[in-house]
Design a protein around this ligand. Structure first.
Ligand code: KG4
Ligand code: ZN
Length: 352
């Protein structure tokens, strides 16, 4: 079984071909970062137009690299949401058109499910596992029980962590996207030299996250230094990154205890996924947490953590194997929670 996967929900246009035996036959990702950089963030209309300009070429290249004709495919999967709706429409329409023209099954993939299942493509992880999903739009702790079955243990009550990195980078005068820029600057900084920053929610009951107070504290620290030296900036970047990693490890530790209590698994697995999983300070904190808790940490390769088509194709494989296909009447979904039964987090913004 081989499946074509299309990803267009944010600022990466991507197409990939993946087989059911976990081989990535082609994986093309075109980042639009340069188009959005002048605006300091993703502009939805520019994103949608750019997907439209490049997607057909990427699909053709992915099929060529995979050595596959469309008729060799077992199905076509595309991110059907959540995400910027103009972009999602472009990808879904392309996938439906290919499926219709070649009489192939169409699979509408939840972008979050694609991130959630990536560890099964990269590391063959068995269900159930605990997932820490950290992206530009979401920050969640979920028990992944089966394809389509998720139990949310925690979510952010305000900003997503990637968004917090992006805003912090702006405050420090760095470019977009902010996460990698903060991580690079932090390498030359010393957190202890910066004013103490809060570690939001640490020690509190539950597994929810919050990042807006930390962002405000950073803004105040920046404002208190009208002549911010490059050394000051690096120290603040290191302090911010440390506070984020500490807070996330605290929340994840609580979720891991809950997961271990409720699931009789011999060796619990903690999976970290999403763009922010690329952060090495966060990874090493999670590594320490897993070791202390007797858990295994699985972090897929960075190229599979940031948005890509392989994760969408793989989610398509998993769904097709279970007979889960979608109608061509499927309507793209700007919001699409993985656990629709989870109560709204108190004080939560639209992203929860
Ligand atoms: O998963 P992703 O590629 O796209 C979404 O679905 O949102 O995540 C993008 C986010 C951005 O906010 C970016 O700043 C952040 O991931 N990011 C990082 C790093 N690399 C990307 N944050 C912290 N450290 C990094 N190295
Ligand atoms: Zn994503």
């Amino acid at each position: 079984m081989i499946v074509l996967g299309i990803e267009t929900s944010c600022d990466e246009t991507a197409a990939a071909v993946v087989s059911a035996d976990r081989r990535i036959l082609a994986n093309h990702v075109l980042s639009q970062t340069d188009d959005h950089r002048p605006f300091g963030g993703v502009v939805p209309e520019i994103a949608a137009r750019s997907h439209l300009d490049h997607l057909d070429r990427l699909v053709i290249a992915a099929l060529r690299d995979a050595g596959a004709a469309v008729s060799d495919l077992s199905g076509v999967a595309a991110t059907g949401g959540p995400g910027l709706i103009g972009g999602v429409i472009v990808g879904v329409t392309m996938a439906k058109a290919i499926a219709l023209a070649h009489r192939l099954p169409f699979v509408a993939v939840n972008h979050l499910e694609a991130h959630a299942l990536t560890a099964r493509l990269s590391d063959d992880v068995a269900f159930p596992y605990l997932l820490l999903l950290v992206t530009g739009g979401h920050t969640q702790l979920l028990v992944v029980e089966e394809v389509g079955r998720y139990r949310r243990l925690g979510t952010t009550v305000d900003d997503a962590v990637g968004e917090a990195f992006d805003k912090a980078a702006k405050l420090l005068g760095l470019g977009y996207p902010g996460g990698p820029a903060i991580e690079e600057l932090a390498q030359s900084g010393v957190a202890a030299r910066a004013p103490a920053l809060p570690r939001p929610m640490a020690g509190r009951p539950g597994c929810d996250f919050s990042f807006s107070g930390l962002k405000t504290a950073l803004a105040q620290a920046v404002r208190a230094r009208p002549h911010l030296s490059s050394e000051d900036s690096a120290d603040l970047a290191a302090a911010f990154q440390d506070a984020v990693a500490y807070a996330i490890a605290d929340r994840t530790g609580r979720a891991l205890r809950l997961f271990i209590e409720t699931h009789a698994v011999t060796q619990p697995t903690l999976v970290v996924a999403g763009g922010v999983a690329a952060n090495r300070t966060l990874r090493s904190r999670l590594d320490a947490l897993a070791t202390k808790s007797g858990a295994r940490l699985v972090a897929p390769p960075i190229a599979l953590c940031t948005d890509n088509g392989a994760m969408v194709a793989w989610a398509g494989v998993e769904r097709l194997q279970r007979g889960l296909t979608d109608d061509l009447a499927f309507a793209p979904r700007p919001r699409w929670p993985l656990d629709a039964t989870a109560p709204r987090a108190v004080g939560a913004g639209v992203k929860a």
